[in-house]
Design a protein around this ligand. Structure first.
Ligand code: ADP
Length: 488
């Protein structure tokens, strides 16, 4: 038992754990995706910035003599050099100008070693201020001879090289800017996913909780028809089912309470009415006799008979009411004794023998020869069975066919009392066991109290048995008493 309970708790825990795990796992994946995206963006920005530096480098290369020089110097590709107002000079091994590509703007025709060193060593800033040329020198070989290639570009046309010079700072600035941008984007995405996660979690957790609370509130306000519904696959689904089950139970018991309350009210109305009618008659007739307004002896006798009959009716009603309330009382215990049910039935029938004969009833009796031992309260059981048999004799015409059948089966005793008399309306059948239910015949004869069958049912139930109204082939009315052996 304990192990089972532990397993159950574990299983439940596992489900909560799984739900939470699922939620956090999804959240974790989203975070990883965002961070990967952020890192990707940063890396991309670095690559982009790097490649732009390389581009600047390319531009720089484009103006360098060593990069454009070729043995076939007449066909050197000047590219933008010419467009920027620059030119290319080719010197022989004695550093004398032998060939010019582009439009040469100075007069120098030959160079000394120092001149060349000076050209190579010149500072860009110096050049820019002096308004001279940016120079680049490279030597090369062609036809086994040494040549020099000088590129000259006006310093003011070389703005781009300013970028090259300060590129490191710009580069760091650019990366920093892109990193900040990516960081802000990552923060925004994290905020968005936290918001979405909170929304999702609230839908999964807060929504069911809100629905449950709404249901409880409605129940406390007395709306027992309320049921809660939401989609869930964890403990919330169990809470929902338990709540709805509880609501169903409360609603049913509330309906039952209302029904019993109504019945009680009706019972009080019926009792007061049933006592009031004969009591008023008794009062009227006795007053007439007392006042001497009935001189004839014959009439006096008739009045006295009425008074007697009415008082008997009141007594019968009070007797039955007493019996009914006694049986209703949970504390009342019937006095059960083991005895033969067959013999008991025969005794009851013997008591009705004269009446059966007088009314010419065609009685069919099936009682086993062998004893059926059952533990029951003889007085109470006799009252229950007599009420049913007496009804049959009371409400049906002479010569009605009546059947009494007693048998034992694996469940216990089955006792049938049936007749093919006037029968009972389907409508009346539904509430025949409720107190004060009477058919038209009973009202006409005024003999019935409407309590006989409800008393019989309560007695049978006190024995743990069942009294029902059934169908029986060849008979219009059939009462079946079932007494179960385990309770007998
Ligand atoms: P009462 O007989 O005091 O009226 P019961 O509870 O014994 O009250 O019976 C309820 C009603 O059921 C009766 O008024 C009668 O109309 C109907 N009833 C009972 N038994 C029979 C029967 N065997 N045949 C026809 N009607 C019956």
């Amino acid at each position: 038992m304990v192990l089972k309970a532990i397993k159950k708790v574990r299983a439940k825990f596992k489900r909560v754990y799984l739900t939470m795990f699922k939620h956090y796992f999804v959240f974790f994946i989203i975070m990883v995706m965002i961070l990967t995206l952020g890192i990707g963006l940063i890396v991309r920005s670095i690559i982009e910035t790097t490649s732009s530096k390389e581009y600047i480098g390319e531009v720089q290369k484009y103006f360098m003599a060593s990069k454009i020089v070729r043995a076939d110097y007449k066909n050197i590709d000047m590219g933008k050099i010419g467009a920027l107002g620059g030119w290319v000079e080719i010197l022989d091994s004695d550093k004398k100008l032998i060939y010019v590509l582009g439009n040469k703007k100075d007069e120098q025709k030959s160079y000394s070693e120092e001149d060349l060193i000076y050209l190579v060593d010149q500072s860009y800033d110096k050049l820019k201020n002096s308004g001279e040329y940016y120079c680049s020198v490279a030597n090369f070989k062609a036809d086994e001879k040494k040549y020099y290639c000088i590129v000259k570009v006006p310093a003011e046309a070389m703005d781009i090289t300013v970028d090259i010079k300060s590129t490191d700072e710009k580069y760091i600035e650019k990366i920093a800017l892109k990193m900040v941008g990516s960081f802000i984007l990552v923060i925004l995405l994290i905020f968005l996913s936290v918001f979405l996660y909170a929304f999702w979690t609230s839908r999964k957790i807060v929504k069911p909780l809100r629905k449950i609370l709404e249901g409880i509130k409605k129940m406390t306000e007395g709306d027992y028809s309320t049921r809660i519904s939401f989609k869930a696959d964890n403990e919330f689904a169990e809470i929902k089912d338990a709540f709805n089950f509880m609501a169903e139970k409360i609603e049913t018991s509330e309906r039952e309470r209302e029904r019993v309350e109504k019945l009680k009210q009706q019972l009080l109305v019926d009792i007061s009415h049933d006592i009031k009618t004969p009591a008023t008659s008794i009062q009227g007739y006795s007053k007439a006799l007392y006042d001497g307004v009935v001189p004839e002896e014959k009439k006096q006798k008739r009045y006295l008979k009425i008074i007697y009959d009415k008082s008997q009716r009141v007594t019968a009603l009070i007797d039955n009411l007493h019996e009914l309330t006694k049986l209703d009382n949970q504390a009342y215990v019937i006095c059960r004794e083991k005895q033969d049910f067959c013999e008991f039935t025969r005794e009851i029938l013997a008591g009705f023998y004269k009446e059966i004969e007088d009314k010419g009833f065609q009685l069919e009796v099936e009682i086993p020869e062998r004893e059926i031992i059952y533990e029951f309260d003889k007085i109470e059981m006799s009252r229950a069975v007599s009420n049913i048999i007496a009804n049959s004799l009371k409400y049906n015409p002479d010569k009605t066919k009546m059947k009494i059948e007693l048998s034992k089966n694996k469940d216990g005793i089955e006792f049938i009392i049936a007749d093919d008399g006037i029968g009972i309306d389907e409508e009346l059948k539904e509430q025949i066991f409720e107190p004060f239910t009477r058919g038209d015949s009973s009202r006409r004869s005024t003999g019935g109290t409407g309590l006989g069958l409800s008393i019989a049912k309560k007695i049978i139930e006190k024995h743990g048995g069942r009294l029902t109204i059934n169908q029986h082939p060849g008979y219009k009315t059939c009462f079946k008493i079932e007494l179960f052996s385990d309770k007998g």
